[in-house]
Write a protein that binds this ligand. Structure first.
Ligand SMILES: Cc1ncc(COP(=O)(O)O)c(C=O)c1O
Length: 341
């Protein structure tokens, strides 16, 4: 049986076209800066985000952690959202790799407003860790792919500048926000000192993220990439996959968003959609089960061909992606109705 895999948008396999460019890629040693495709990819993403430079790294986690390490000193404080990836799913890395304290705040559907961040700012007093960095996640994964309103980001940016704070965007799924909102990636990125963009999620590349920022910042991050063991050698074939993803897989994210809406409306009919359907803004659908039986439901779905993510005992997550087409959408809706109807 071929499973419909809606656990994450990271489960996609390279398409035939992507494999072709990967096979044909000219490669060089990227630790020596000699892989021309890596250089091209870094420059292209930096330009797209309106930043001076980019750095190709193995994962979104490394990209976020390089940003934290490069922006902070041990003992600093990093303000983030309570459900953010950085706070929940990166293994405690801010404490371990950067020696910083994380200050999580509960956002509204993942969104932090500047007024709320203001309440978290530490006084300039020797008793306190010093607030240094604000991180925002766009789209917000655990909130269900929610898109940050650009006006909110701009106000947080103004607040950060007035208070000498730095800003990092975990833009693992930034291009989903771009396609959903029609807002230019550089406009989203403008208030941020650094942005992390993943190629291996909705964009369908097998590996890799780009960290972008000004040249001095990327120079620091480059040194920490080596120190964290993320210097890679002949990775031009992976950069070729990334470039292919940028050429072919951005506009089509609209299809993933449409299919997510279709799944959300089935879940709404079945009474299991977690939020109002207007919160299904991109490619993530959250299902809620107040009786706390999500592990059992996930097993039942698997038995008849569908894989989902169990977030906790009352929430299941579905994520649409490049390898999920209309035929699978119809099958997925039937499976959901059979198990949950
Ligand atoms: C919002 C967000 N940031 C960062 C990451 C980390 O990416 P990676 O799995 O490549 O480390 C993920 C992974 O799903 C994510 O959803």
């Amino acid at each position: 049986m071929k499973f419909i895999d809606l656990r994450s948008d990271t489960v996609t396999r390279p398409t035939a076209g992507m494999r072709k460019v990967m096979y044909a890629a000219e490669v060089g040693d990227d630790v020596y800066g000699e892989d021309q495709l890596v250089n091209k990819l870094q420059a292209r993403v930096a330009e797209m985000l309106g930043k001076e430079a980019g750095l190709f790294v193995p994962s979104g986690t490394m990209s976020n952690q390089l940003a934290i390490r490069s922006h902070t000193q041990p003992g600093d404080e990093v303000i983030c959202e309570y459900d953010s990836h950085i706070f929940n799913y990166e293994g405690g890395a801010p404490a371990m790799l950067s020696g910083v304290q994380v200050h999580p705040l509960h956002g509204d559907h993942g969104i932090l407003a500047s007024e709320q961040i203001a309440t978290a700012l530490r006084p300039k007093d020797h008793h306190y860790a010093q607030s240094r960095l604000i991180t925002l996640e766009n789209t917000h994964n655990r909130a269900g792919g929610v898109v940050y309103p650009v006006s909110v980001i701009e106000r947080v940016g103004d607040f950060a500048r007035e208070n000498n704070l730095l800003m990092h965007m975990d833009g693992a799924r930034l291009m989903n926000a771009v396609i959903a909102s029609g807002i230019d990636p550089a406009a989203y990125a403008e208030p941020f000192n650094s942005v992390s963009l993943c190629l291996s999620k909705g964009l369908g590349a097998p590996v890799g993220s780009i960290l972008a920022g000004d040249s001095a910042f990327i120079d620091r991050a480059h040194r920490f990439r080596k120190l964290f063991g993320g210097g890679m050698r002949q990775v031009g074939s992976l950069a070729a996959a990334g470039l292919y993803a940028l050429d072919h897989h951005i506009e089509r994210l609209a299809e993933d968003h449409h299919r997510a809406k279709m799944l959300a409306s089935t879940c709404l009919e079945l009474g299991v959609l977690e939020n109002d359907i207007s919160w299904t803004q991109t490619n993530i659908v959250l299902l809620t089960f107040p009786r706390g039986n999500t592990a059992q439901i996930s097993r039942e779905l698997k038995t008849i061909g569908m894989l989902v993510s169990v977030v906790n005992d009352h929430r299941i997550r579905l994520v649409t992606h490049l390898d999920f087409d209309d035929a699978e959408l119809n099958r997925a809706k039937d499976i959901l109705k059979r198990v949950l109807g």
